[in-house]
Write a protein that binds this ligand. Sequence first.
Ligand code: MN
Length: 483
Amino acid sequence: MARGFPYPDLKDFLAALERAGELRRVPVPVDPTLEISEITTRTVRAGGPALLFEKPTRGQMPVAINLFGTHRRMAMALGVEDVDEIGARIGELIRPELPVGWAGIRDGLGKLMQLKSVPPKQVKSAPCQEVVYDSVDLDRLPGLRTWPGDGGIFHNFGLTHTRHPETGKRNLGLYRLHQHSHDTLGMHWQIHKDSTAHHAVAERRGERLPVAIAFGCDPVVSYAATAPLPADIDEYLFAGFLRGERVEMVECLTVPLQVPAHAQVILEGYVEPGERHPEGPVGAHTGFYTPVEPFPVLHVTKMTAQRDPVYHSIITSKPPQEDGGIGYATERIFLPLIRMLIPDIVDMALPEPGVFHNCLIVSIAKRYPKHAQKVMNAIWGAHLLSLTKLIVVVDEDCDPHDYHEVAFRAFGNVDYAHDLLLTSGPVDHLDHASYQQFWGGKAGLDATRKLPTEGYSRGWPAEAVMSPDVVSTVDRRWKEYGL
Ligand SMILES: [Mn+2]
């Protein structure tokens, strides 16, 4: 199994990117306030390379950004040629005897990880603790201000570690961090997130919640922090599965948590029960500024780092943006798992303009009346897919990523008085269009061919397609026509 993960440290990944012509160093001074944001956005939109800003005008270390901004780099990050390979690997491991349903996906994923994965390995000394600072000063980090209306400096790729205060289960998640002072951070713990649940339990018990944040982890650990795993699946087991190799972890110095040994910078601290501070605004992936809301506060009590640390970040904006590459990897990696839960789904696409929860396109092999509606309801009941606002269902002969073909069917193959399912349910914490926060209206569009048993009694018309013998004749003789 041990295939040897090529980049145990972010610096190894940066070196590999540079060798592959996928990294551009920026040797001149650049301002982490707005300027890095504008340069990065232009680079992402041009399909350009990862960037290493060597001389940010704030902070004491270089800034690495746009590491995951193309499908090629995302695949490199995960050590594969194409992220579909990982989906296929998971698909092969999923055995028919595994139970189906939501519990099944959890048990199945759990079994799979035990079977084919490797738990993290604890080490005694670690690069991330080479430097132990006497005092905490978050200004050492070149945090970014991405948009003019942002409420301050934000750290966008801080991997947040917490434990459930009662079960001890670990969670690794990626939440933006608002720098309130030289030693406090606003924790943007949205309502549906796992760390939010840990914090709620700590608060109920009236206890401080220990927190550790790692910046600049290896690319697989960084990806795993973003993956929408069920709460009881350990992100480090998942990372071990993806890497084919154990992740080395070290005990924090002042809190009862472990962090990746090869991280660049570590923050340790605690969240006080009941404390809230206004967080935001910040220009988000929705394309809008998120409102200022009260969020918990992390008191950073210890700061450690590698000797020459690199600070890793990402920015958010209306798509296209770097997180598009991450979202695509998640779509491909999780497809076989979603199919365990909803076997009707043949393929799916989360179009980037839909910012991952506004629109989901699925294809199905339709077998019975209202099959599409069954699938819609299943999706609205499935973990974070439940936040999906619009679901478009097409027949299996339509590739969900062929947006022209999907649109053709969604515009033309539909009687909107019959084929539109309207409902309501939870929406993303940051959804701005729902008439109140946290829940709103949803629609499912059935763009499949309709059956007589669904009340469509006219007989679906035959499609005008060329006969196969003519297609093959023309294929064969194409050159002779001089075209
Ligand atoms: Mn989790």
